[in-house]
Design a protein around this ligand. Structure first.
Ligand SMILES: C[C@H](CCC(=O)NCCS(=O)(=O)O)[C@H]1CC[C@H]2[C@@H]3[C@H](O)C[C@@H]4C[C@H](O)CC[C@]4(C)[C@H]3C[C@H](O)[C@]12C
Length: 325
């Protein structure tokens, strides 16, 4: 399971929890403007917007999970098992594969509005990256300072939804997730009045009673409601530090602790391998990993963005503890 969210203070922040049971040796990967992107069915792109993101540790191609470009457009791919459907090549369309989707969009476009227009002509084709790395069933949240959309590849083509709650998890499809939020419309960050009955008193015995009924389990529909509530009620100052800190707390509300989501014997559990947070205005990627609570930052703009070679930074995964005596 995974969760993506955006958060707006003075700037736009975007990121995700990467929840899974295995790692593909993820690396922070920068594709500078002149890195040549090859595509399976369309012409290569020799020059494009620079981008920074987290990608699988495969040297041959930046297989991004989530990324942001130098103009503030950001994307994350999340599992969409049982629903994602990739199609055959279609004449007259721009045929790209799902693993090319992030490079193609971030390389060519600056805003969600531009992406929405481009999506009308995009067909996601069913071609594997390799025999060892076949396609995964994904859907995507795409976000910039103006708002967010969700793109879901279904049997009858790409579905594009505006995303007013600014979050995405896995299943069910986004329209169903949005509908299920109706069930929680009475929840609040304030303690509720007693409307149960006029005939007897009920006590306000605790703070936080306005959110009783908000799910706390780790299923994707429960995480959707939990993170939507947390994000919608988030309050922080608007400095960089306060915004980034609050962002990690939003996604922390749906973090998966190792051991709580069993996958297989022996001892294989899904857990939050990393959390990313992009300040998309300044193209900075902040991240934390399961065993490293310290925030690490990588700045796209500190690199030579006119080069043609990928730049990789291994994730720092060991805990960094600040001993003070
Ligand atoms: C599994 C990842 C999504 C995490 C997630 O949503 N977990 C929830 C799982 S579940 O609903 O609870 O089952 C997805 C996100 C991006 C995916 C990767 C990227 O698409 C890049 C390549 C694409 C290749 O085709 C396959 C390997 C791969 C390296 C993908 C492996 C895997 O499917 C990733 C890492």
């Amino acid at each position: 399971m995974c969760t993506a969210s955006n958060y707006i203070t003075k700037k736009h922040y975007f990121g995700r929890n990467f929840d899974y049971e295995i790692s593909y040796n993820e690396k922070v990967t920068i594709a500078p403007r002149n890195y040549k992107f090859d595509f399976k069915l369309i012409d290569s792109i020799d020059s494009h917007y620079a981008m920074i993101g987290v990608a699988a540790g495969v040297d041959a191609y930046p297989l991004y999970y989530d990324a942001c470009n130098e103009n503030g457009l950001s994307i994350a791919g999340l599992n969409f098992a049982g629903n994602a459907k990739y199609l055959d090549e279609k004449k007259g369309m721009i045929n790209i594969t799902p693993f090319e989707f992030i490079p193609y969009l971030l390389g060519n476009f600056s805003t969600v509005t531009e992406v929405k227009e481009a999506l009308k002509n995009i067909n996601l084709v069913n071609i594997n990256f390799s025999d060892e790395l076949p396609l995964s069933p994904l859907h995507w949240m795409i976000s910039d300072e103006s708002g967010a959309i969700v793109v879901e590849p279904m049997e009858d083509g790409l579905k594009v939804y505006d995303n007013p709650v600014g979050v995405l998890t896995n299943n069910p499809p986004f329209d169903k997730q949005m509908f299920s939020l109706n069930d929680y419309r009475s929840l609040s960050n304030k303690n509720p009045e007693n409307t149960f009955s006029d005939s007897f008193d009920l006590d306000e015995y605790s703070r936080g009673m306005g959110a009783i009924g908000l799910p706390g389990d780790l299923s994707s529909s429960s995480r959707f409601a939990k993170v939507a509530f947390t994000r919608a009620n988030s309050y922080s100052g608007d400095s960089e530090e306060e915004s980034v800190s609050q962002f990690f707390h939003i996604l922390g509300s749906v973090e998966q602790q190792n051991g709580c989501t069993f996958i297989a014997d022996p001892d294989l559990y899904e857990y939050t391998i990393y959390t990313s947070c992009y300040n998309t205005a300044d193209s900075v990627l902040y991240y934390r990993t399961y065993n490293n609570s310290q925030i690490t930052a990588v700045k796209l703009m500190s690199e030579d963005l006119d080069s043609g070679d990928l730049i990789h930074y291994k994730l720092i995964t060991d805990e960094q503890i600040s001993f003070i005596n």
